[in-house]
Design a protein around this ligand. Structure first.
Ligand code: ME8
Length: 506
């Protein structure tokens, strides 16, 4: 059985989830559902990043001990993912005991490899980024991402010989053994790797909120080194936690989905750590772009942070998933606007897809009392479905996930035009019954194909439609058949009316 292991970043628990975290997690969920439906043994890992100075400070601000503080935010992430119907396989926390042991084990391996040494370090540290900012990245002395002044830190730390792996990592990316999507970001990393690469500090002396360095209890592991290891501890790579099943076979990871902000950590530091520890590298990294909201960078200070709850209240689960997924091309930055999303919802979900479903089922009820023996699908309709399936599959394969809904909407908009062209109401008036049946059959094939194609994105809508075909037990089977053989079957002759799927929004 083929396997597919994919991950999201583990999110910092200094704040509740917003649309950015939601975006990454929806991308992952849609892909996970897709591979699962195609029969892959799929493992989808998400979770939270709970150590480090940033979380420690956030806990202090809230007058809580760090662990209890983390627990409260973790609940918020879990409930957000639940309300968005995110079907992760596992939620990993960096405070999980077996994760802490995995981090220590990896560090020991790297240490034994001779890749860790002690040295003094002085640098400007941005707590929000949880990293030292090199001088050439500062903008007017401020962190370019957070607009705050980094703090001067001087400590004796442990260092990882990142520079030793520069060439190997470069070659792995160049040869495509480690793929980075999109191409522009891959080239950025390759370019940066041609410059001087400094070793990195991997421990903190004065921060207690972290995992103790296994060979020096006076220091804690740098939060990023701790966090990256979650991709191994999430599948219990070293079989540390005996309660879990053996999940090692999921490695190497097939896809790390991350935002562009953390690509360097994933494309350079993480592979170097794995090379040093003697673990195979992940296969692919997707670094997506960043959301701006109504044209502005999202920030608490500007008060324009969009939370998933707000979207769910306006659009409901299925439409939220679709709108967030398709708000901008995966590789670029893009804007999210509630107004534009409402327009898209009305245009594509209510007036295009929703209208096709309701007008077809209305005719089925009016002319045939919800009962017909469908004819074969016309070659014209078959061809259009076939084309939609082809683009859909290639959008998944090339990770152009934002384009997937459009592949389906073009099919449903074709069917709406087909209704106008065939004017079934005239056919009905003239009592050309066979012709009317074949028109309705074509529409039903198209609706069923579209509903199936929407399954990884809008699972509830698919279920509702499939119920009206009285075929719920075949959904998974039919999905696979449609994708692999491009065939679509309607088994029953009796149909159930469908409630309005998408009420128009003002
Ligand atoms: O970086 N637009 O956690 P984090 C799109 N703990 N995506 C966004 C976004 C935006 N405006 N803002 C955030 C961390 N994201 C580390 C990760 S992994 C081993 C450790 C998404 O809470 C995007 O996926 O800051 C980004 O990479 C991630 O949230 C950063 O989340």
């Amino acid at each position: 059985m083929k396997k597919f292991y994919l991950t999201t970043p583990i999110y910092y628990v200094n704040d509740e989830p917003h649309i950015g975290h939601t975006y990454t997690t929806i991308l992952a969920d849609v892909l996970a559902r897709y591979y699962k439906l195609l029969g892959y043994d799929t493992f989808f890992l998400t979770g939270t990043d709970e150590h480090g100075a940033k979380i420690y400070e956030a806990a202090l601000k809230n007058n809580m001990d760090p662990k209890s503080f983390c627990d409260t935010i973790v609940d918020k992430f879990k409930s957000a993912w639940q309300s968005l119907e995110i079907n992760y396989s596992r939620f990993i926390r960096t405070t999980d005991e077996h994760h802490e042991k995995t981090v220590q084990l990896i560090l020991k391996k790297i240490y034994e490899q001779g890749d860790i040494y002690k040295a003094n370090y002085e640098g400007l540290y941005c707590i929000q980024c949880e990293r030292y900012i090199p001088d050439d990245e500062l903008v007017d002395g401020l962190c370019p991402d957070h607009n705050i002044k980094p703090i001067l830190q001087r400590e004796e730390n442990y260092f990882f010989k990142l520079s030793k792996y520069k060439e190997v990592v470069y070659n792995k990316i160049l040869s495509g053994e480690l793929e980075i999507f999109p191409e522009t970001r891959r080239n950025e990393i390759l370019g940066k790797l041609q410059l001087k690469l400094e070793d990195i500090s991997i421990s903190r002396k004065h921060l207690k909120w972290g995992i103790p360095v296994p060979f020096d209890q006076q220091q804690t592991v740098y939060v990023w080194i701790d966090a990256l290891v979650n991709y191994l501890s999430g599948i219990d790579f070293f079989n540390i936690s005996l309660e879990t099943l053996d999940m090692k076979h999921f490695w190497p990871c097939d896809l790390h989905i991350i935002g562009k902000d953390i690509l360097w950590f994933h494309a350079v530091i993480w592979p170097a750590m794995l090379l040093s520890a003697g673990v195979e590298l992940p296969r692919k990294i997707l670094a997506h772009g960043f959301f701006t909201v109504e044209g502005k960078k999202m920030s608490k200070t500007l008060g324009n942070v969009i939370r998933p709850k707000e979207l769910l209240e306006i659009f409901g689960v299925d439409a939220t998933r679709l709108l967030v997924l398709s708000s901008f091309p995966v590789g670029s930055d893009g804007n999210f606007s509630i107004i534009e999303s409402k327009e898209k919802y009305n245009k594509e979900l209510a007036d295009n897809f929703g209208n096709l479903v309701s007008r077809t089922f209305a005719m089925l009820s009016k002319y045939f009392n919800n009962e017909i023996v469908p004819t074969e699908c016309s070659s014209e309709m078959k061809h259009t479905i076939y084309e939609a399936v082809n683009s859909y599959k290639s959008f998944f394969a090339e990770l152009s996930l934002d384009k997937i809904p459009d592949a389906i909407f073009s099919l449903t908009s074709y069917a709406n035009k087909y209704v106008q062209m065939k004017s079934p109401w005239i056919v009905a008036k003239e009592k050309r019954k066979d012709e009317l049946i074949s028109i309705l059959s074509d529409l039903l094939y198209c609706i069923k194909a579209s509903a199936l194609l929407f399954y990884p994105i809008m699972p509830n809508v698919t279920k509702k439609i499939v119920e009206s075909f009285n075929e719920t037990e075949y959904t998974e089977f039919d999905y696979k058949k449609l994708l692999e053989e491009k065939t679509i079957t309607i088994r029953n002759h009796k149909f159930k009316p469908v409630d309005i799927l998408f009420k128009k929004l003002k």
